[in-house]
Design a protein. Structure first.
Length: 335
């Protein structure tokens, strides 16, 4: 049943993008360049793509890159598996693992935004309704047991995985809380009205809730943690173009190291790509990026394990990582 459902999604989405042209799988376009079709969720967390495109790094590599905005990685995975897209930059979810387990041929080849060392002003945080902190009901993450936690995407999304990380550090499991699906802008209201007791949410929503006296920050993701990444279609991953595309992406990531991510040039590039002004981009903490955009197999394994525990996956035997994780592109990034 699940396999038929995933293939049906692939058919519908493939038809929707039929007019946009199929993926290149490394095919020469007749002018000495190659074309790569990339699906991306239009967010600053995928800045290396926008920087590499705006600064001509793909052109320098002899590539023509077509960037297509997608709603989510889960929507785009069937397109990559069928060759309608060559690469996808998006967040990880339980749906990704279910799609791979059903037989869709995609590879996780890299990471995107990772948490940096700033725990005072992080890009995302776990927050608790302030009245529950003030009356002593919740003093630490360990006190979240049995409480309702708001999470964008619900139990099968990256937000829930991050909550699971916090819970495991406190000796609990992801099954010890109840997840409530809420869009990020609705989380402060949910905390204020008592609809949820805590939430994992990105800036500016967590910081605004704290500034307004609605919530208290109690945990942030450890440095180097990432909930997003780069996926290749299986056929595209076999082509020489795949390494060239990855090298150019990593070149963009190297331009975003440390405070350089907040340079005027980079802020403008990110703003232009995401429909924001440079000031708006700068007002929200940016993630960091690994210089070689290496994938994080251990974290992917932890995601799969937790989503199994919470019932977001319908299988109980982990997928062998050699089936869907490929570190060779990051290992061979051109220097």
């Amino acid at each position: 049943m699940r396999r038929r459902a995933v293939l049906a999604v692939a058919l519908v989405l493939g038809m929707a993008l039929a007019g946009c042209g199929g993926g290149s799988t490394g095919t020469d376009n007749g002018a000495g360049d190659t074309t790569v079709d990339v699906g991306v969720v239009q967010l600053p967390i995928f800045a290396p793509l926008y920087v590499a495109d705006a600064k001509g790094y793909f052109r320098d590599a002899g590539l023509t890159v077509n960037i297509q905005n997608v709603k989510s990685g889960q929507d785009a995975i069937p397109l990559a598996a069928s060759g309608k897209l060559d690469a996808v930059l998006a967040g990880f979810s339980a749906g990704m693992f279910s799609a791979i387990q059903s037989g869709l041929d995609v590879r996780v080849v890299g990471s995107m935004g990772v948490a940096d060392a700033d725990t005072e002003n992080p890009a995302s945080a776990l927050i608790v309704a302030k009245p529950l902190v003030d009356d002593g009901t919740i003093r630490s993450v360990a006190d979240l047991k049995g409480h309702k936690i708001g999470a964008l995407g619900g139990a099968g999304a990256t937000s829930a995985f991050y909550v699971g990380m916090a819970l495991e550090e406190a000796g609990l499991t992801i099954k010890d809380v109840q997840f409530v699906q809420l869009n990020s802008p609705d989380i402060p209201t949910g905390l204020k009205t008592g609809g949820i007791d805590a939430a994992f949410v990105s800036a500016p929503f967590w910081s605004q809730a704290v500034a307004d006296g609605i919530a208290t920050k109690i945990w942030t993701t450890p440095e180097g943690t990432s909930g997003t990444g780069i996926l290749y279609g299986g056929e595209f991953a076999k082509t020489p173009v795949a390494q060239k595309f990855f090298d150019a992406l990593a070149r963009g990531a190297r331009d975003l190291q440390g405070d350089a991510r907040y340079s005027d040039e980079n802020l403008k590039i990110i703003g232009d790509a995401t429909g924001q002004t440079p000031e708006q981009v700068k007002s929200v903490p940016l993630y960091a990026w690994l210089p070689n955009l290496a994938p994080l197999p251990d974290q992917l394994a932890a995601m799969e394990r937790m989503w199994m525990q919470v019932g977001a996956l319908e299988y109980d035997t982990p997928i062998p990582q050699q089936q869907y994780v490929d570190t060779t592109f990051a290992d061979h990034v051109a220097r």
